[in-house]
Write a protein that binds this ligand. Structure first.
Ligand code: HEM
Length: 246
């Protein structure tokens, strides 16, 4: 199949992605030290660094929300059930049998249905929980008129619980994410694309032009995410047929 070199990740997108990746890892490192899991910076320094990185994360998030809405890129995260099952089956079975990818990446549809669901959950659930529980942690007790005031919170226990659970979810996400990065057309193609912005993708879908308005044809393109050819699937015994030896 013909391949085309396409500029898929814009400059801000790559800056945001790598800065966010660094901050999440750094917040995990310092946060789990505050949690008492290990000692590296020392408790006080870890707490201080955690707070500073948290503010950097909040500022980055504000700019990135703005970027998503001004560029229309937020539409990339609209959830769809189309091909969701096929994508999950691909990751569980097909990938180990060299089955074809059930969905195709294009400039207008960068995320497969499973990625859409997971990234959307991070954006509207996990990150807000981390930010608000973290801010509650920060400002639970504050100085006012020379005395210590506190929020109307029975205790910090539930907040600490939510913040720590979110931290475990993010660490699990990072591990799975790093593995899935290697499952593109070649082992390094996804990584290279997020570094350089350019990726080689199959070009038989005519929506890869740089000049198209990302807002307009989105719906049409989603509905055109091609199903893998029946022959391709049969050839690769996908979904797996236990009676057939591969
Ligand atoms: C912008 C978002 C965040 C804010 C505002 C924030 C803020 C805080 C604050 C104020 C603390 C308490 C530190 C202290 O006791 O001095 C804390 C603890 C912690 N944070 Fe964050 N944090 C954020 C994001 C994250 C992320 C992304 C992770 C992990 C990936 C994380 C992991 C942790 C952990 C594990 C603890 C220890 C919790 C405990 O033992 O109760 N935080 N965070």
């Amino acid at each position: 199949m013909a391949k085309e070199r396409v500029y898929i990740y814009k400059q801000y997108e790559r800056f945001w992605h790598w800065t966010q990746a660094f901050l999440v890892l750094f917040l995990a490192l310092t946060g789990f030290e505050v949690h008492g899991s290990f000692s590296f910076f020392g408790f006080e320094a870890a707490a201080d660094l955690h707070n500073k990185a948290a503010w950097a994360f909040i500022i980055l998030t504000v700019f990135t929300i703005f970027w998503h809405f001004t560029t229309g890129e937020w539409r990339q995260y609209l959830p769809t059930t189309k091909n969701l099952k096929a994508q999950a089956e691909y990751y569980i079975f097909g990938i180990f049998r060299n089955a074809p990818h059930p969905t195709r990446k294009t400039v207008l549809v960068k995320l497969n249905p499973l990625q859409r669901l997971v990234y959307l959950s991070l954006k509207i659930l996990v990150f807000p929980v981390m930010v608000f529980s973290g801010l509650a942690y920060m400002f639970y007790r504050y100085q006012s008129n020379g005395s210590i005031q506190s929020f109307e919170l029975a205790s910090l226990e539930k907040i600490a619980w939510a913040h720590t659970l979110g931290a475990y979810i993010l660490v699990a996400f990072v591990i799975v994410h790093v593995y899935l990065i290697t499952t593109g057309h070649t082992i390094s193609s996804n990584l290279k694309a997020m570094i350089t912005g350019w990726e080689e993708i199959e070009s038989d879908v005519d929506d890869t032009s740089q000049n198209q308005d990302p807002l307009k044809p989105q719906k049409k393109v989603i509905s055109e995410i091609p199903e893998p050819g029946k022959e391709d699937l049969k050839k690769n015994n996908f979904p797996p047929n236990p009676s057939k030896k591969t």
